[in-house]
Design a protein around this ligand. Structure first.
Ligand SMILES: Nc1nc2c(c(=O)[nH]1)N[C@H]1C(S)=C(S)[C@@H](COP(=O)(O)O)O[C@H]1N2
Ligand SMILES: [Mo]
Length: 423
């Protein structure tokens, strides 16, 4: 190694023959599509939480203008959130090798000297720090959350939400600058034209990615892309099963909810938080102790389980789909329509939104606010049975909410109180 090549700031320090505009461009174009889909499915997931409805659902109360696009999440098709969030999480995992390879392919650029040749160049380099830092931050926080490693100061949601805006802003600026070059590079290659030659060292331009004194190749560029693609495929195949029902779930070796469904039987589907975790005891849920307190325009009624069972019971086949990307196949729920309970307390016809509260005393998910469109849907139930059997303690006995197409977090378990029109 020549003396002046001892430092990473020297182009000669970087020896891999794989680096070059074609390798970087292909990975960049994959990320252009992939990261855009991640951003859109992420924003959509946030809207599905009903954050504009109530502080109860809002994990980012200081979002300000960033909530400009919020909309009333629909109640159909029933698999809507299963799909959007399954795509978000599975695609995020699948893109990890692509992201890492892309960063590796441009790492010499991070060391270029002088650090800034002009104000414009300085701004570009700052935006690159936000891009790289933001990207690593978003992928890391996402992976930690789906692996149930709740190591975040406060909550995962604000970090991932604000981080997404920083990352995506830098991403848009970067894509606007680089996409034309990337497309040109890939087209040249497709036409069989040679790769652009390296320019003078230190000069900016696509050529600077090519090592001026490359080592002997141990794998072709095509082979290296194949390795990255193979890594992605492997991650895809060991993750996607958590969003599918049936035996394929067991193929999700990397997902906490990719194991076989618990102990079979009607209640044998994935459980998020157990009754024990939530501090729910038999004494709380016992027939003599438990009452459902329903409040609305005309006052409050208290219903025992026996009284609830005298109301008309209805069924709906609905999945549970969690923000963590796992979901269940449709389960057959049976219980009282939320809109019928609204009618009991003076909301006939057009039911309002509702605040649902659990017996659970601590934890962020003990309460949830549902929109009027969710209350009005005849498939939205206060479920007492699932798949023909009473709810098990872990699935929310004696009663839980189930809402079509909504994120799992809105399906409050161990319900104690419904307050209509209070939000
Ligand atoms: N009271 C209460 N309800 C809750 C939760 C909770 O922690 N406490 N978790 C929610 C989340 S995040 C999900 S994904 C679903 C999971 O339902 P399951 O455990 O029956 O599959 O329950 C929801 N209902
Ligand atoms: Mo969840």
């Amino acid at each position: 190694m020549r003396d002046q090549d001892r430092l990473p700031t020297s182009p000669g320090f970087w020896r891999s023959p794989l680096r070059g505009p074609w390798f970087t461009s292909v990975l960049g174009l994959v990320l252009l599509v992939g990261v855009t889909v991640l951003f859109v499915t992420g924003l959509v997931s946030y809207a599905a939480y009903n954050p504009g409805l109530s502080r109860v659902n809002d994990t980012t109360p200081d979002k300000g203008l960033l909530g400009f696009y919020l909309f009333a999440w629909p109640t159909g098709p029933v698999w809507l959130y299963r799909l959007t969030q399954g795509v978000h999480v599975t695609l995020g995992i699948t893109l990890i090798p692509v992201l890492l390879a892309k960063l590796w392919s441009v790492v010499p650029r991070l060391f270029t000297l002088p650090p800034a040749r002009s104000v414009a160049h300085a701004l570009e380099r700052i935006s690159l720090l936000l891009l790289v830092g933001g990207g690593l931050f978003e992928f890391t926080t996402g992976v930690l959350n789906i692996q149930l490693a709740y190591v975040f100061p406060g909550s995962f949601y604000p970090l991932h939400f604000y981080g997404a805006w920083v990352f995506f802003s830098a991403f848009v600026a970067h894509a606007a600058l680089k996409t034309p070059t990337a497309l040109r590079t890939v087209r040249r290659r497709l036409r069989g034209e040679p790769e652009e030659v390296p320019e003078e060292s230190g000069t900016p331009g696509p050529g600077t990615l090519v090592a001026p004194r490359p080592d002997r190749p141990t794998v072709s560029r095509r082979g290296a892309l194949g390795l990255v693609g193979g890594g992605s495929l492997l991650l895809f195949l060991t993750t996607v099963g958590q969003s599918l029902g049936g035996p394929l779930r067991r193929t999700a070796l990397l997902a906490p909810h990719g194991t076989a469904d618990p102990n079979g039987g009607p209640n044998g589907f994935q459980i998020n938080k157990t009754a024990a975790y939530a501090g729910i005891t038999e004494a709380d849920t016992h027939e003599d102790a438990w009452r459902l307190v329903v409040t609305g325009r005309t006052g409050t009624v208290r219903l025992s389980r026996a009284q609830l069972l005298e109301l008309p019971l209805h069924s709906a086949s609905l999945p549970i789909a969690c923000v963590e990307g796992w979901s269940t196949a449709d389960q057959w729920w049976r219980g009282v329509r939320l809109r019928d309970l609204a009618a009991l307390v003076g909301h006939d016809g057009d039911p309002p939104d509702v605040l649902v509260e659990s017996l659970q005393r601590h934890g962020a998910f003990r309460r949830a606010a549902l929109r009027a469109n969710q209350v009005a849907d005849p498939r939205t139930l206060l479920a007492l049975y699932v798949n023909g059997e009473e709810l098990s303690p872990d699935h929310g006995h004696p009663a839980r909410v189930i809402v079509p197409a909504a994120p799992g977090v809105l399906n409050t378990k161990w319900v104690a109180r419904l307050t209509f029109g209070a939000l």
